[in-house]
Each structure stands twice: as structure tokens, then as C-alpha cells.
Design a protein around this ligand. Structure first.
Ligand code: AGP
Length: 604
């Protein structure tokens, strides 16, 4: 994971580096650091454990100035978060400095060899081996040296390298980790992601794997591993940076929960016209639909849960097998893929390494690939055959909220769209009408934040919580448990309500907090029986259902407005999000930046 920003130009590099890192902090906030080539031609490195603000404080005192620099915000993979393990890493003579995003999988073998050669390691990171390898093979021509070292590295990397002997340029090389570059007459800019550059340039270069860039002030030259020059055209980025403001909310997560009605309204905009669904950006997909013989849906975390909530619906709509898998499993499961396969990838960031790798695998095996992404021009969006965007806008909080509900809405629209194109039949009018009413319905549920806060007060008294559901309620239960775990650090498990009696019910004790969802009419009686079994064992059940369902002996019952069963996962997401949000706040945690996590997971 991690974020890289780098600058060479007429202004003080520190300013660009810090603004870049602040836009990239979503990639990790275990530590941050920069190296500047100062006016005495020396590398000065400042790095601090913790959030970017700690580095900014340190820089305020030391007042660094230089026209070239590299910066990094870290999500720890190898070695605990501490100053020593922070990037940049330098060689012993302080003549090479680099930042790395990715994982060097064979680092321990390389490290052993380097130690035998007399190299001393100051950190526990995998990244430090690269700087010593560059030092070891340095022949005075860094382009050649990089070419020599790259084949020795296994894993993923985006690297930005400065060499004291080459003070008018820096080098960038990548494999399986994103990096973007841009330049104007006064400077060149490098970053892990477009927003870090966008305020400076809208013409951005994307690099392919195993390409090297020599970055000078106002000039970038691209090479392949044989040192042939590659001519690249920049891509014009047709959008501006959205400013992430809390707008008076006490956290981004709270703001993003409240933004869901609008996000859904935007996601639905223009999609439904007189009972027909339109996906103009999906070009000729309508003609291909009849050829598909199976569908894979792939995502991670919350995106995976969104995928799960459409499997049964899409299977019925298309009358072909549909399955949903987490990306880290899909890519190593040798999935059966051919030219009749549609593979759908869901990702808020569009940069999740596992999802991107799964997409590349599906593509290489001949599948038609379609991605549902929130971040414009992200790697997953650019790599897929077809891309459609959720219109959730910037999602800052690590805990995904509005991306999730807009993903479910998009998946539902997509499933119905493919049904429409495959069968030439009209879609259930009732479903489409209610889908368009969802933004208004969400507003009424969001108003009940205080009720959900009371449930959170119960939940935080325990170290664990149960989430139960059947059918389409089960992905919602999984999402509720994930939300609670990631921001309140309470262990939460989701169970298929009907499975509980086959073992897990043994865990229920007197007053155990159980959040039970009973929202699917076709199975509601069965779900209620399972809930009663839980109450009989002493569990305190917070029941989320629709009127007039009733269960004797619950701790509390919350009635959601009744909507079409396929839409229930969207509506039921709100109580899940609020319970987790309030639990985290009541425990005094940083809701937006929970421990050990980052918004975008760009390593395997
Ligand atoms: C959700 O709250 C998580 N922070 C996480 O599970 C996330 O959904 C997952 O990492 C996938 O991210 P993506 O949608 O950006 O691919």
C-alpha cells in the first residue's frame, strides 16, 4: 500500500510533497517521510511515525528547502510503524534515497545476501533491500543500475529514486503498483494517484509495468528495460479535485452516511426512462449479453458484500450461474473462464491490488470484464473492457458507506439491464418505481440516528456481537459485522440465521448482543423462528424488521420502511452503519482513520 509523491522544479519541493501526501493519506497513515535534496546538494530525510500531521510538525521546525524531493505515507507491511521503518530509505553514504509502494516478496533472501556483503540494515522493511541493491550495483549510470536490479525483485513496486550524483533528475519504475506522472514548464510531478497531481497538471502519464521514467524539471523520458525510449502521450483528466470538507459534520463517515440519499439519486440519474434501463457507457454489452454462460462477481470487503447481495437476483434474471468471490481467493482458485464468461469487478477506489490482479487474470483468460468503480480513471476502471461509475463522489472515511449502497443500486440496475437486453422483456415496474424512491426512504431512516445510538450503547458493553440474517439479509449482516469490527474494534460475527443451530448457537450467553435482520418476506417466518431460538438462550436481540412483524422477548425492535425485497440491502445498510459509527464514537476512537487500516489496499 502506501502513497508516493515526488517533485522536481522551481519551487520548494516540500510544498508539493506535503500537499500530495495529504491527498494520499488514505493509502496509509502509519508514518510519513520525505527526502529533500537541499541547496548544499545533500539529502535531508525527515520521517515520523503516525499521521502526516506529525511529519508536518517536524518540518515546521526544520524548515527544509530544496528543488527536488520524494515523499511517502506508509501502511506497514514489513516492520511495525516507527520512524526507522518509515520511508524514504537511504544507503549508507546517503547518496541514494527511495520510496516504495508494494511488497518485495523475496526480500529476506536478498537481505541475507546483502548482509553477507557487509550491508547494514536500519529498518525491518522489505523496501530497504532495494536501496542497498542499487548501491551495490551502482555503476554511475542509474538507468543501467535500475535495469540490473529490477529483475532481482519479486513482488510489486512503484519506486521513486533520487541519486545525489544525478541531481537534475529522479527515476521512477513500477510493477503492479500504480504511479502517475505529469510535467509543465516549471516542474515535474510524481504520485501514486491522480488527485495528488491534479491541482498542478491535468495531463497525466500512466506507466506500464517494467517501464522506467527519467524525471527532470519539465521533462519526463520513458524507457523500457532495454533502455529504448518509449513515446507516451499524456491522458487529459477531465475532472477537478473535489475538496474533502467535513461541512460541519464531526467526521467524514457521518457526513458520508448522510450523503447517501444524494449519492443514490446521482447514481440513478438518467438510468431509468419509462420502464427501461440505460447504460450508454457500456457500448455493445447489450449485444453480448445472450452469449454469456456464467458470471463471476469479484470484490473485497464491503465491495464483496455488495456483490453478494446481487448473486441470486442476477442468476434469476440471466438464467445462468452467477457467483461472487473475494478477489484474493478468485485469483488463486483457477476459475473456469472462457470467452462466454462475464466477470464483474466492484471497487470504490479502483486501486485494490487483489481486485486489479483478479481482473487482469479474468481478462487474460478471455472473459469480458466489467467494473463498477467510484474513482474516475482509476487502475481498475482503465483496465476493464467496460466500466460504469457509482456516483458516490469522494469517499474519505475508511469505513465504506455511500460507496456500498451505490454499488448495490448499480448492480441491481445492471442485472435488470442485462435481463432487459437478453429477454426483450420489460422490467418489474414496481421495483423500478421503488428504486427511484430509495433516496427519500433513506432520509427517513437516517433521521433515526439516535435510536441506533442507543443500540450502540448496548453493543459497546461487550467484546463481541452477533449479526444474523437469511437470504438477502445475510450480506447485510456480514456488512454490519465488518463495519462494527473495523471502527469499534469489537469482534463481530455474521451468521446465516438458519445455520446457527448447527454449532454457533453455543456461543450465545445471557444478554449477548445479537443484531438480527428479518426483512425478506419469503423466509421471514423461518428467520423469526431462528431469532426466537436465540432469545431462548438468553441473547439480547436487536431486531431490524418491517411492520407488522413481531418477536416476543427482543431487547429492541426497529421497523424499517417496507420496500421491494431486492432493495432491502440498501435500506438496511443504514442501521448497520450507524450502530458501528456510534459504537466507535462512544468508545472514543478515530472513526475515519481506524487503527491498522487504510482506505485503499494496494498490496496483496
Ligand atoms: C470497508 O469499510 C472497507 N474499508 C474495505 O473492506 C473496502 O471495502 C475494501 O478494501 C475494498 O476496497 P475498494 O472498494 O476500494 O476496492
Amino acid at each position: 500500500m502506501c502513497g508516493i509523491s515526488a517533485y522536481i522544479g522551481n519551487n520548494n519541493a516540500v510544498d508539493f510533497l506535503i500537499q500530495g501526501l495529504s491527498k494520499l493519506e488514505y493509502r496509509g497513515y502509519d508514518s510519513a517521510g520525505i527526502t529533500i535534496l537541499n541547496h548544499e546538494n545533500q539529502f535531508v530525510t525527515t520521517k515520523k511515525q503516525g499521521k502526516l500531521v506529525n511529519l508536518m510538525e517536524a518540518l515546521k521546525e526544520s524548515k527544509q528547502v530544496g528543488y527536488m524531493g520524494i515523499g511517502h505515507t506508509r501502511w506497514a507491511t514489513h516492520g511495525v510503524p516507527c520512524d526507522e521503518n518509515s520511508h524514504p530509505h537511504c544507503n549508507k553514504n546517503n547518496t541514494i534515497s527511495l520510496v516504495h509502494n508494494g511488497i518485495i516478496e523475496n526480500y529476506s533472501i536478498l537481505k541475507e545476501e546483502l548482509i553477507k556483503d557487509g550491508y547494514e540494515f536500519l529498518s525491518m522493511t522489505d523496501s530497504e533491500v532495494i536501496v542497498h541493491l542499487l548501491d551495490k550495483y551502482d555503476n554511475g549510470n542509474m538507468l543501467e543500475t535500475i535495469n540490473h536490479v529490477i529483475p532481482k525483485l519479486e513482488g510489486s513496486y512503484a519506486l521513486c529514486i533520487m541519486v545525489a550524483s544525478d541531481k537534475d533528475c529522479m527515476y521512477v519504475v513500477k510493477k503492479d503498483s500504480p504511479i502517475v506522472l505529469a510535467c509543465d514548464a516549471n516542474a515535474s510531478y510524481v504520485a501514486s494517484d491522480i488527485p495528488a497531481i491534479l491541482d498542478y497538471s491535468k495531463n497525466v502519464y500512466f506507466m506500464d509495468d517494467y517501464q522506467i521514467a527519467r524525471v527532470e524539471k519539465g521533462k519526463i523520458t520513458f524507457y523500457d528495460l532495454e533502455q529504448n525510449i518509449i513515446i507516451k502521450e499524456p491522458t487529459f483528466i477531465a475532472y477537478d479535485n473535489q475538496t474533502a470538507q467535513m461541512d460541519g459534520y464531526e467526521s467524514f463517515m457521518l457526513k458520508e452516511i448522510y450523503e447517501q440519499p444524494f449519492a443514490l439519486q446521482e447514481t440513478l440519474r438518467g438510468r431509468i426512462v419509462e420502464n427501461k434501463i440505460f447504460f450508454k457507457e457500456l457500448k455493445d454489452l447489450d449485444k453480448k449479453v445472450k452469449e454469456f454462460q456464467r458470471v463471476y462477481i469479484v470484490g473485497c470487503g464491503t465491495a464483496y458484500h455488495a456483490g453478494l447481495s446481487i448473486v441470486d437476483i442476477m442468476e434469476k434474471d440471466l438464467q445462468i450461474p452467477v457467483s461472487c468471490t473475494v478477489a484474493s481467493e478468485f485469483r488463486y482458485n483457477d476459475p473456469i473462464i472462457n470467452q462466454h464468461t462475464l466477470a464483474i469487478f466492484i471497487s470504490q477506489s479502483g486501486e485494490t491490488a487483489d481486485t486489479l490482479a483478479a481482473l487482469k487474470l479474468a481478462k487474460s483468460k478471455g472473459a469480458t470484464t466489467l467494473s463498477i468503480v467510484n474513482v474516475l480513471s482509476s487502475s481498475i476502471a482503465r483496465t476493464s473492457d467496460y466500466t460504469t461509475y457509482t456516483c458516490a463522489n469522494l469517499e474519505i472515511a475508511v469505513a465504506s458507506t455511500k460507496a456500498y449502497t451505490t454499488q448495490i443500486a448499480t448492480l441491481l440496475l445492471l442485472s435488470k439491464y442485462m435481463y432487459q437486453e437478453k429477454t426483450n422483456q420489460l422490467i418489474d415496474n414496481q421495483l423500478l418505481t421503488e428504486l427511484q424512491e430509495i433516496p427519500t426512504i433513506l432520509k427517513t431512516v437516517i433521521k433515526d440516528s439516535d435510536i441506533f445510538k442507543n443500540y450502540a450503547k448496548k453493543v459497546i458493553q461487550y467484546h463481541y456481537a452477533f449479526f444474523l440474517g437469511r437470504g438477502l439479509d445475510f450480506p447485510t449482516a456480514m456488512e454490519g459485522a465488518l463495519k462494527l469490527k473495523e471502527i469499534s474494534y469489537i469482534h463481530a460475527s455474521s451468521y446465516i440465521a438458519g445455520e446457527l443451530k448447527h454449532g454457533s448457537i453455543a456461543l450465545i450467553e445471557k444478554t449477548s448482543p445479537v443484531i438480527a435482520l428479518a426483512l425478506q418476506p419469503n423466509i421471514i417466518k423461518k428467520t423469526i423462528s431462528n431469532i426466537q431460538e436465540t432469545i431462548a438462550r438468553g441473547g439480547d436481540v436487536i431486531l431490524i424488521t418491517t411492520k407488522p412483524n413481531k418477536v416476543e422477548g427482543t431487547y429492541a425492535t426497529y421497523y424499517l420502511p417496507e420496500v421491494h425485497p431486492s432493495l432491502m440491502p440498501i435500506v438496511a445498510a443504514i442501521p448497520m452503519q450507524f450502530i458501528a459509527y456510534h459504537a466507535s464514537k462512544l468508545k472514543g476512537y478515530d472513526v475515519d482513520k481506524p487503527r491498522n487500516l487504510a482506505k485503499s489496499v494496494t498490496v496483496e
